[in-house]
Design a protein around this ligand. Sequence first.
Ligand code: DOR
Ligand code: ZN
Ligand code: ZN
Length: 424
Amino acid sequence: MTILIKNGTVVNPAKKQEQVMDLLIEDGLIQKTGNGIRKEADTVIDASGCLVMPGLIDLHVHFRDPGQTYKEDIATGSAAAAAGGFTTVCCMPNTKPVVDCPEIVTYIVEKAKETGLTNVLPVGAVTVGMEGKTVTDIAAMKKAGICAISEDGKSVMNSAVYRKAMREAAKLGLPVLAHCEDINLVEGGVMNLDEKSEQMGLKGISNAVEDIIASRDILLAKETGARLHLCHCSTKDSVTMVREAKEDGILVTAEVCPHHFSLCTEDIPADEGNFKMNPPLRKREDMETLVQGLKDNVMDVISTDHAPHSLEEKSRGMEKSPFGIVGLETSAALTITNLVKPGYLTWMQMAEKMSYNPAKVLGIDRGTLNEGAVADVVIINPDETYEIDPDCFRSKGRNTPFAGKKVSGKVKYTILNGEVVYHD
Ligand code: DOR
Ligand code: ZN
Ligand code: ZN
């Protein structure tokens, strides 16, 4: 199988190269990049006016498989990933049962391989059953194929247990993906604590809920030498802490989700379940600091926290619906519309934060368009505008606050291992 991509703007973060040229894919690999490549190909793609980037990598998705496949399963999640331009995703372990042993890791790896639409890398739980008490057999799960450990959905509140897991992760060379939430401070909060929650008569979640655990986790990373990656940062102080930790030489990276850089509590129109996620939408000053943090490269990664739930579950309003929104099929467009087009990020930074940097966090050989690399590629028309329509999603989840929003940036092709897995 050969694919010749003609005249696209090739953005290759590994070489800091951005140039209109051709890209030839042969036998699953990028064979050649350059101008005027002549070659008989099975497929020729005219990419004029389009960006050609390394396939996007999402460090943070929930595929609900095993156990809650009415929300999503590995096949529908993979299809959503391909449609969103993603060629690798890391799926969080808060499934039913929890991913806390090699057998469940193997189940996910096998089912993802069968589906074949995206690379699915399972994340193993930090503690057995995510109960916060006993550290899992991380080495055994690593042998079965986990790419990281995480307790996403909550924090391991016992610092001694968490430190033990971090030491083990450091020894095994696995990153720790941290959901930062001091559960004792949440006190039934369902949205950010500010004027808006007061006005709506709902209980609030303060910034300290996140910041206290973020600071603890950074200190534990310093002590254990573990590679810490802070998930879904939502507060202005988290940006400050990450900046200072990096200056201190601590091995920390951080991600921001599209909803946190696109929306703030002012944008919540009504008591609507699709505006409920954890961490919640914060104040404008938090959102603006996150955008600045991305611009300054303090914040390394854009991830989705794709969290599908059923229509019925999300129709229960702010108080009663579960936390979480889908993101795989909107994140490239939201990044282009809200960060690149207004001038906060360059195309290069977009490719870094959505592909090259996540690959570095995982320590995998992806996220580049170098000759000889595995041909995971996305082709995006940045100028195509459309309205987000959840009914067109491949995901089973329709729970997005962005329905009807006009955006720029359409994924045209997703190529995985040299094969087209999605075509608009
Ligand atoms: O909004 C969220 N949804 N935050 C989490 O931490 C968990 C996730 C989920 O699993 O639904
Ligand atoms: Zn989380
Ligand atoms: Zn999550």
